[in-house]
Design a protein around this ligand. Structure first.
Ligand SMILES: *Cc1c(COP(=O)(O)O)cnc(C)c1O
Length: 365
């Protein structure tokens, strides 16, 4: 079976993890601090805060920005559940806005209509590895005095107009989960320019405790700390990030060339001002294709190619969002996309033979 994702763990990662195990210091410490410094540099932001997961990074960011009950947050219904759950975690109300059918990201043209007096923030997601349209999003946010938050879990090393993902809003959240472009098994990072939010995020991550002053709780907090083992792994992975990104982009280019000629297949659209880091390579299967989306999925699995649907159901249709009054038909573009998308393997461990096999298997249909 050709896997849809595989972590790239080499000798350097193993050595780094072992060195931490031998050091006697396992919980948050100097490795975490080093990672934060390197990560802020990568994104071009003043600060970075490491957490134990991307979900923890989202929750921490929303708390640090002071979002809570009574506030409305605009977001996309076409994402991983953690995006919208983070809004619920701080007690705010998620207000979904439909997506752009080409990029699968939130449609900025539809944001204005969703703004009310309670709206405080826009949480955009850079789905599959391509930044949302922050030029338009930031313009709206400025006019209505809203925070812009990037869910950058899938877009590490991507950019928009020369600015790195992580530096496109007030604060951004990354994930180092095992399937992400770089990984520490589990892990997350927050970036921001704002010293106040940075301080609040650091407190929230560690029970509201000021660092090096135990039992002085300044505020509510969690245990969202990253371990030294995770940080050591992430530091090694960061060194390989450019190589990993380039490889994903090169495989995507091969796929684009092969699949754009196939009737009924739409290859990923890349906006002219953005770089796409292809966390996923996602095809849209239209009615003109020989097989249905689900039929194609079954066929490729039978042929030994693991493929996945990201995401099979838009977020507004899950039970715990029903209390906000959402129903089928509210976001037709996202609903249609969830019926038509299929992601195929694009990770750097794919061999030439496997890439050719995937191309041949699909184009032959
Ligand atoms: C992976 C992911 C998250 C959550 O990250 P975890 O590290 O798994 O908690 C949030 N949002 C998006 C878009 C993701 O892809």
């Amino acid at each position: 079976m050709i896997k849809i994702s595989q972590p790239l763990i080499y000798q350097e990662e193993k050595k780094a993890a072992l060195a931490v195990l031998n050091s006697g210091r396992l919980a948050q410490g100097p490795q975490v601090a080093r990672l934060e410094k390197k990560f802020a540099k990568l994104c071009g932001t003043k600060y970075a805060v490491a957490t134990c997961s991307g979900t923890a990074a989202l929750h921490t960011t929303l708390y640090a920005l002071g979002l809570g009950p009574g506030d409305e947050m605009i977001t996309t219904p076409f994402s991983f559940i953690a995006t919208a759950n983070a809004i619920l975690m701080v007690g705010a109300r998620p207000v979904f806005v439909d997506i752009d059918p080409k990029t699968f990201n939130i449609n900025p043209e539809k944001i204005k209509k969703a703004i009310t007096r309670q709206t405080r923030a826009i949480l955009a997601v850079n789905l599959y590895g391509q930044p949302a349209d922050y030029k338009k999003i930031n313009k709206i946010a400025k006019k209505y005095k809203l925070f812009v938050i990037e869910d950058a879990a899938q877009s590490i090393n991507a950019s928009l107009g020369g600015r790195k993902s992580g530096n496109l809003g007030e604060s951004s959240c990354f994930s180092l989960y095992a399937t992400k472009n770089i990984t520490s098994g589990e892990g997350g990072l927050i970036t921001t320019h704002n010293k106040n939010y940075y301080k609040r995020a650091r407190l929230f991550r560690n029970h509201g405790q000021k660092e090096n002053i135990p039992y002085q709780y300044q505020d509510l907090g969690f245990n969202y700390r990253m371990t030294e083992i995770q940080a050591a792994l992430a530091l090694e992975q960061l060194k390989k990030l450019n190589k990993i990104t380039k490889r994903r982009q090169a495989i995507a280019k091969r796929y684009n060339q092969a699949f754009k000629k196939v009737k009924g297949l739409l290859v990923p659209y890349q906006a002219p001002d953005r770089t796409h880091v292809y966390h996923q390579y996602t095809l849209r299967i239209t009615k003109e294709f020989k097989r249905s989306r689900d039929g194609l999925k079954k066929y490729l699995e039978k042929k030994g190619i693991e493929v996945k649907i990201y995401y099979p159901k838009p977020l507004h249709l899950y039970p715990h969002f029903q209390k906000f009054g959402y129903k089928k038909g509210d976001f037709p573009v996202a609903e249609k996309a969830s019926q038509a998308v299929l992601s195929i393997p694009v990770h750097p461990l794919l061999r030439e033979k496997e890439i050719n096999y995937i191309i041949k298997t699909i184009t032959k249909i």
